[in-house]
Design a protein around this ligand. Structure first.
Ligand code: PMP
Length: 361
């Protein structure tokens, strides 16, 4: 393998090298079939073994209780923005959302096609720089939707809200598998794979049984209904075979490294390193998020000027630290520290930031 860069892109993002090497090794001849995993039938026993292992690993790593189903779907998290209200919205019961930024807003926009949406809390008043904590959902909501990590703004729910009997639905696209989850709080959780799990092309939905039954009762178009995908083991139609396969390899890697206990500790360490540096920079670097809402996955910060930000991104790139420009909608800088980003990469970034400050202040 040639020289690998440290990839801080927000997604598609860095993947475990071990998984990539394994995929490379098996690409021309998958388990003695004389074909790659992209070339065999999804009905072949070799592919069934892949999706079964991926599902079993995900259940084991997340310690999922048995009344949850794991689905491997397509269309990205953006498709879940309308599948969730279509499957779970109930007549006369508003769909509750917390608006924490770009991705929550996108989910809200889609839900409005399906009925009454109640935005029960929003941090728009402060440019989406915090996670709202005090709000009422009310017992009559169809569900409460949150975005556990705002990839663009860099705010994260470290502890999920407890809406009582109202099912909690979580868009966990950018902090999927980054820390353990209390499943007693969750009704449904979804995530595009391309940040913390595998390549783009597969979207994981983890759905509680009663919500699958709620969807079944609604008699929806076949591909929309969660019940179809549960009944058909995510194989009603051709699944994204390669993306599921690579996700399986990444899950093997995560399990071998120590699972969520290990990865949560590492993720805390990596993000702390950068936030400490930002806080200790005498205002040269400025975090854009309130400290109690800071994301461990996407560290967003600003420099004294846009010119300095451009220079810093260029200097980082010259050292093999890639993808640090903030999202085009908000500017600034953003370091995405997903599971597969090693501590060494974050240390290299911290060293660059220290030197850049010395040279430019
Ligand atoms: N939700 C969040 C939190 C995201 O970060 C993204 C993608 N960056 C999406 C949803 C949309 O995901 P996709 O591109 O898979 O549709």
């Amino acid at each position: 393998m040639g020289k690998r860069v440290y990839n801080f892109y927000a997604g598609p993002a860095t993947l475990p090298v071990r998984a990539l090497k394994e995929a490379k090794r098996e690409l021309l001849d998958f388990y003695g079939t004389g074909m790659s995993v992209c070339e065999i039938s999804h009905r072949a026993k070799e592919f069934q073994a892949v999706i079964d292992e991926a599902t079993a690993l995900l259940k084991e790593i997340y310690a999922l209780p048995p009344h949850f189903h794991v689905l491997w779907l397509q269309g990205g998290a953006s498709t879940q923005f309308f599948h969730v209200p279509w499957n779970l919205g109930l007549e006369g019961k508003p769909m509750a959302y917390v608006n924490t930024g770009s991705w929550a807003s996108a989910a809200i926009k889609e839900a409005r096609f399906f009925g009454e949406v109640k935005v029960v809390a929003s941090s728009e008043d402060a440019d989406f720089s915090y996670i709202p904590r005090e709000f009422e959902v009310g017992p009559d909501a169809s569900y409460l939707h949150i975005t556990s990590n705002e990839t663009i703004g860099g705010v994260e729910w470290i502890e999920f809200p407890d809406p009582g009997n109202v099912p909690l639905v979580v868009d966990a696209s950018s902090d999927f598998l980054s820390h353990p989850i209390d499943w007693t709080r969750i009704g449904l959780l979804y995530a595009g794979a391309q940040k913390n799990l595998g390549p783009a092309g597969v979207t994981v939905v983890i759905a509680r049984n009663d919500l699958v039954e709620r969807a079944r009762a609604k008699k929806l178009p076949t591909m929309v209904s969660y019940a179809t995908h549960v009944d058909k083991g995510s194989m009603h139609n051709t699944p994204p075979c390669f993306a599921i396969y690579l996700s399986m390899l990444a899950l093997r890697d995560l399990k071998e490294k120590g699972g969520l206990g290990y990865i949560e500790k590492l993720n805390k360490k990596k993000s702390k390193l950068l936030y400490r540096l930002i806080d200790g920079s005498n205002g040269f670097y400025k975090g854009v998020v309130r400290p109690d809402s800071r994301s461990r996955m996407n560290v967003t910060f600003r420099l004294p000027s846009e010119d300095l930000e451009t220079a810093c991104v260029a200097e980082a790139k010259a050292r093999g630290l890639i993808g640090l420009k903030g999202h085009r909608s908000v500017g600034g800088m953003r370091a995405s520290l997903y599971n597969a980003m090693p501590l060494k990469g974050v240390k290299a970034l911290a060293a660059l930031l220290r030197e850049f400050q010395l040279a430019n202040s």
